[in-house]
Ligand binder design. Structure first.
Ligand code: ADP
Length: 551
């Protein structure tokens, strides 16, 4: 017997209709590419998104067509989020940090029909405009006064003119909630990029879960500044969550340096923010170097790569900003787990609580996870045994756009490529990505632990630990370090710093000091490039016998 409840579809447009009706006066503040600070309300957002939906349709975009964006976090990008998905087309957020060849490949693969871009990315658009095969219109996200002079972009249109030319009477269509809503390609650290295609249903369910107290924990009282880009897994869902709860939104635009971010936090009374560790490093350096404080920030969500313990301590102990460590992937929408403590942890001492907060945490409702061995057999949740992390749930990818990497699932579970432990309380801890793990003498060494120890040294700004080839042990850990400006530390001092903190045979075999570590398009260390450059370092420098032998 079926229940007798209305079968209303879960559609992204309903988030906007709700925000406009219930939180119409709430503000959306954007630092724009043009240099100004722009202010609008959710009422304005609703009106402009309806005008834009008409404009997009007038450009010939039909339901299911892909509309690309190359844009920072800002109000126009938000308008596109709602106008494109809300009208039944698919918003394809491209990552502007990719190489023009990769962008061309991705836009062609997605068959983008229209490409909207922020002025910052004019040179990028000029480089690809004649190469992308399916794009019929390019739209500069600005007003007439700031339109660029260029002959290299055919069919160049002005965003504000398109919007202004349309009435705001568009009615959001109703359709099947399983319809595709947005598309985001993984950064393709292995093989070609793969398109993750979200649906209205998956997005709405993810939004409900992400807003929960033990997840991103936001309400109408909050002012959210998403540092995580809107081209990186939909800014972790915050543009949708903000509309659902009626939070004030603050967008940093292109200015992601510590000073610009801190100025905006203070000027707009930001209470919650979210981003990858590399961004927070810049912010903390600015705040601590200039003796500043956070007067309104209460929480920051850190994920995308492991939150270094030193960073968590800086926020929580010195600045009274609570850190919520979270784990997810493009394929998981992304919220999968958060390290929100449970009442049972209240009796733990501060060190034990900190250790739990540093794990990637427990699942939000809707996501299930398990760890398996190389034969796919489930492993115990004892906090010690590590295996490949598998997840499933209604906002986890079941495959990739156009069937790339067919058979992505194993028995209905998505293999994450992460190596993790799960403890009896359900707290998951990532020890490595399977391709970064260091296989030494048949045993695994997790690079994240080794990096976290190095990062806790006062002279270290950034540290990556990679597998270097070794004649006897196959692989041994090699530490690559960027020193803080003006700070000094020697190889031996750094290696001594590991003593007592880790099994001796885990100690890196050598340290290489570099000026910078390459970051990928989503702000993560590109360890594959470091491996290419340094994997023969130990063999070449004859750094054997290794520390394992000494242990
Ligand atoms: P990619 O980096 O491959 O482009 P994503 O941006 O989707 O893909 O990143 C997903 C990966 O990032 C996860 O599989 C995991 O390895 C890593 N990751 C995400 N959050 C965390 C975290 N809190 N701690 C450690 N690793 C994380």
């Amino acid at each position: 017997m079926n229940g007798l409840m209305m079968d209303r579809p879960l559609l992204i447009s309903s988030l906007l209709v709700h925000a406009e009706g219930q939180h119409g006066e709430r503000e959306i503040v954007s630092r724009r590419v043009e240099g100004d600070i722009h202010r609008m309300t959710y009422k304005d957002l609703g009106r402009r998104a309806r005008q834009l939906a008409r404009a997009v349709a007038a450009l010939g975009v039909k339901p299911g067509d892909r509309v690309g964006t190359l844009a920072w976090n800002g109000h126009r990008h938000l308008e596109l989020y709602y106008a494109v998905s809300g009208s039944g087309a698919v918003l394809h957020t491209l990552n502007p940090r990719l190489h023009p060849d990769q962008l061309t490949w991705i836009a062609d693969h997605a068959e983008d029909q229209v490409l909207f871009f922020d002025l910052t990315f004019l040179p990028l658009i000029e480089a690809i405009a004649s190469r992308v095969k399916t794009v019929r219109h390019f739209v500069a996200m600005t007003d007439r006064a700031h339109m660029p002079e260029t002959t290299k972009i055919p069919n160049l249109l002005c965003y504000e003119e398109l919007v202004a030319a349309q009435p705001d009477d568009f009615v959001w269509p109703e359709f099947d909630e399983r319809t595709a809503s947005s598309l985001c390609y993984t950064s393709g650290t292995t093989g070609n990029p793969k398109g993750v295609l979200y649906s209205h249903r998956s997005t709405l369910l993810h939004t409900f879960a992400a807003a929960l107290h033990d997840a991103l924990d936001v309400s109408s009282a909050d002012t959210i500044l998403p540092v995580v880009p809107m081209f990186h897994v939909n800014a972790w869902g915050l543009p949708y969550v903000a509309c659902m709860v009626g939070a004030k939104l603050v967008f940093p635009g292109p200015a992601l340096d510590g000073k610009s971010l801190h100025d905006l936090f203070e000027a707009e009374g930001v209470t919650v923010s979210a981003g990858v560790p590399t961004v927070w490093q810049g912010l903390l350096t600015h705040v601590e170097g200039n003796n500043l404080k956070f007067s309104t920030m209460r929480r920051t969500i850190i994920g995308g790569s492991a939150c270094p313990p030193a960073m968590m301590d800086a926020f929580q102990q010195r600045h009274d900003v609570k850190v919520l460590h979270a784990w997810g992937m493009t394929e998981t929408s992304p919220v999968g787990t958060t390290a929100a403590l449970k009442p049972v942890h209240a009796s733990l001492d501060a060190d034990q609580r900190r250790a739990l907060q540093l794990k990637q945490g427990r699942t939000v409702f809707g996501v299930e996870m398990k760890i398996v061995d190389v034969n796919g057999q489930p492993l115990p949740h004892d906090g010690k045994t590590s295996g490949e992390l598998m997840v499933r749930g209604p906002w986890i990818a079941s495959g990739y756009f156009k069937g790339e990497a067919q058979g992505a699932l194993v028995d209905g579970w998505f293999p994450t490529g992460d190596v993790a432990t799960i403890d009896a309380d359900g707290f998951m801890n990532i020890t490595d990505r399977s391709k970064d793990v260091i296989k030494s003498g048949g045993e695994w060494i997790g690079s994240i632990d080794l990096e976290n120890i190095a990062m806790a040294h006062p002279a270290v700004a950034m540290a990556a630990c990679i597998a270097a080839r070794h004649p006897k042990w196959d692989e041994r850990p090699l530490l690559i370090v960027v020193k803080k400006p003006g700070a000094e530390v020697t190889r031996d001092e750094l290696l001594q710093f590991y003593e007592g903190k880790i099994a001796r045979w885990w100690t890196p075999d050598d340290v290489i000091f570099v000026d910078s570590i390459p970051l990928g398009a989503t702000g993560k260390m590109q360890k594959s490039l470091l491996r290419d450059a340094y994997q023969d370092h130990l063999i070449a420098s004859d750094k054997v016998p290794s520390s394992k032998e000494a242990a």
